[in-house]
Write a protein that binds this ligand. Structure first.
Ligand SMILES: *Cc1c(COP(=O)(O)O)cnc(C)c1O
Length: 223
């Protein structure tokens, strides 16, 4: 497995998907999801030019952040479910959080983010399929959560994140884009629709995603 080749293949796939829907490839950022993968592989991706990395498990991520702290322009994104006893480590170690889905978590991240640091970039995770057990804010509670985060001094509301179900119809992706477009009209800081993984990158880009989160197609299967 060659991470450099995988990255250039993903960039090609992104370009192709953009072309098909008349979008510019610069509008879609690539987040490399390195969960469960050692820092050596993150380093290989970094050396191939990748700068943004996504992690799901706090302790594992914090170890990697420390191991790679000499890379001053690496940017860490937390994308996993958030337990409230982990918010401090997240506030201290990450630049972005994609998985904020309740006010309690936003409050803690805001309180625990140091004022020396730039505000923590926040995407709100939407439970777009309205599944009982899934993480994400329900549609009815999204406006209130967005307003709350936009008023937090140490947080910066950047957009929305979703994990559509496997084989979700394109309408689900389009619905996310509609929510994103509506929210952008209300909050000037919003510029990010975090949507699309290894298996649904094309429909996500067709529906306006601005950041795709790719793990397997870059780093291989996770055990
Ligand atoms: C693991 C994960 C990804 C990457 O998934 P792949 O199918 O490996 O590309 C993206 N987003 C989230 C939230 C994840 O947990």
């Amino acid at each position: 497995m060659n991470i450099k080749d995988n990255l250039s293949q993903i960039h090609q796939q992104i370009s192709q998907a953009c072309k098909q829907t008349n979008r510019s490839p610069e509008q879609v950022k690539l987040l490399a999801v390195s969960k469960t993968k050692p820092s050596e592989l993150v380093m290989q991706a970094y050396q191939a030019g990748q700068r943004h990395f996504g992690e799901n498990y706090v302790q594992e991520a914090v170890d990697k952040v420390a191991q790679l702290s000499h890379l001053s322009d690496i940017c860490w994104h937390f994308i996993g479910p958030i337990q409230s006893n982990k918010t401090k480590l997240i506030a201290e170690n990450f630049s972005w959080v994609h998985s904020v889905d309740r006010i309690k978590i936003a409050t803690r991240l805001n309180d625990q983010r140091s004022s020396q640091d730039t505000p923590l970039n926040i995407c709100l995770q939407v439970n777009i399929s309205e599944e009982e057990a899934k993480s994400g804010v329900n549609l009815s509670e999204l406006p209130q959560l967005a307003q709350y985060v936009s008023n937090c001094e140490h947080l910066k509301l950047r957009g929305l994140m979703a994990i559509p179900q496997k084989n979700a119809p394109i309408s689900v992706f389009n619905q996310m884009n509609q929510l994103f477009t509506d929210l952008k009209k209300q909050y000037s800081t919003i510029d990010t629709l975090s949507m699309g993984m290894s298996n649904d990158l094309e429909p996500a880009i067709a529906a306006g995603s601005t950041m795709v989160r790719i793990g397997t197609a870059i780093f291989g299967q996770r055990s």
